[in-house]
Design a protein around this ligand. Sequence first.
Ligand code: BG6
Length: 467
Amino acid sequence: MQTTENIRYRFPKDFWWGSATSATQIEGAADKDGKGKNIWDHWYQTEPNRFFNGVGPGTTSRFYDRYQEDIQRMKEIGHNSFRLSISWSRMIPAGRGEVNQKAVYFYNRVIDELLSAGIEPFVNLYHFDMPLEMQKIGGWTSREVVDAYVDYAATCFRLFGDRVKKWFTHNEPVVPVEGGYLYDFHYPNEVDFQKAVQVGYHTILASAKAIQAYREQQQDGKIGIIISLTPSYPRSRHPADLKASKIADTFFNRSFLDPSIKGEFPTELVDILKEEGYMPKMEKKDLDTIRQHTIDLLGVNYYQPRRVKAKEHLPNPEAPFMPDRFFDSYEMPGRKMNRYRGWEIYEKGIYDILINLKENYDNIECFISENGMGVEDEERFRDENGIIQDDYRIEFIQEHLKWVHQAIQEGCNVKGYHLWTFMDNWSWCNAYKNRYGLVSVHLEKDGERSIKKSGQWMKRVSEQNGF
Ligand code: BG6
C-alpha cells in the first residue's frame, strides 16, 4: 500500500475525484414506471442491427434497480463526486407536459443516497437522449423543442436544486450535430449541413435559456456545460496546414466553447456560414440571451486529438456540404495508439486544452469531466480471482493526471477529474463493445459487478489526493 510520503503528484485540497455516466447508458428500465420512449428506444426497435451484437438500450447496466449497491461501490473506491444525467423522457415522458412522479421519486432517492455516502452529485440534463415525441416535431431543429427543454430544465432545478449544486445543460453538444445530421451515427441519421447548423445553434440557445432559468430561480449552485475538446494539431507549420487546423478547431471546439464562455460565436465560423449560405434561423433577442447567460463552470471531455492537414484534393462540388471540405485528417506517423479501441493516445493534449482555457477563456473554472480508455473484449484480462487486471487503464489515467497536475502548477483553474466511467456501460451504437469502467459488469452473470484493478488504484489516488 502506498503511503502519503511517496506522493509525487499532489492535487489541490478538495479536488473532485469521481466518474461520469449518463442515464440511457446505465439505467436500463427503459419501459418501466412510466418512462417515455427516447430516440434510442425507437431506433433500436426499428433498426436493431445498427447496434453492436444487436444489444439495445432496454436493459443496460440496471442502475435503476441497483443504484444503492452501485453508490456503495462508488464510496468504496473513494469517489467524492459523481456525474449522472437525468433522462428527460423518464422525467417528462412526452417531453413536455406532465411530470412522471415515479421518476421524481427515483432521482430524489439517487441524489439522497449519493449525499449520504459523502458523494456530491453533478447533474447533467441532456446526454444525447431526445424524447421521441420531441424528435417527432423536429428534435433540436425545432424552436418548440428548445422551449420544452427549458421547461424541463426549470422543473429539475425546482425539484432537485436544494441538494444539487452542480448542473450541466448538455454533454458534448457537438455529438448530436455530427452523429445525427452529418456523419450518420446517431438518430435521426440524416446528412444535412443546414439542419446540423440549426441543431448546434438551438443547443447553445437552449443552454443559455436554461442558465437564465436557473438564475431566475435564485438557485445558489453553479451551472455549466460539458464540451468534448479535440485539440487540433497541424501536420506542419506550412500556412495551408495551419489554416486547415484552425478551421477544424473553429468547427469542432470553438463553435460551442466561445458562445458558452464568451457569449458569442467565433467570427470565423459566422463568416463561413454566411459566405456559404448556411446561417441558422434566429430570433431577434437570441444573441442577447446567449451573451447574457454564460456558464459558471466548464466540464472538459478529452479522449484524443485531431491531426489536420490542408486539403489535398478539391472537394466534389456535388457532395453534401461538410466541415471537412476545408481540411483533411491524417494519421500522424509514430503516434501512440490505444490498440484496444483504435484511438490515438496523446496525454499532453489535456494540458494544451487547459492552457488554452487559461490564456484565451479567462481561466474559467473547469474540471476534467470525461477522459478514459475503452477496451474491446476486456474479459480476456480477468484473472483467476475474477479481477480485471487493467494496468493499461491505470497507466492511461496516470499519464493524463500528470499533465493535469502540470497545468495546475502553471495556474490553470482545474477543480477535479472524473473518469469515463464508473462501471462498464452501454454506449449508443457500440453497445457493450468498448469497456471503460472502474467496475466491470459481467453481462453473462446477470450484470454482476466487480471492482477492477484500476478501481482499487483510483481509490488510493482519491483518498491520498494524489499518487
Ligand atoms: C463519450 C460519450 O464521448 O464517449 C459517452 O460522452 C460514450 O457517452 C463515450 O459512451 C465512449 O464511446 P464509445 O463509442 O467508445 O463507446
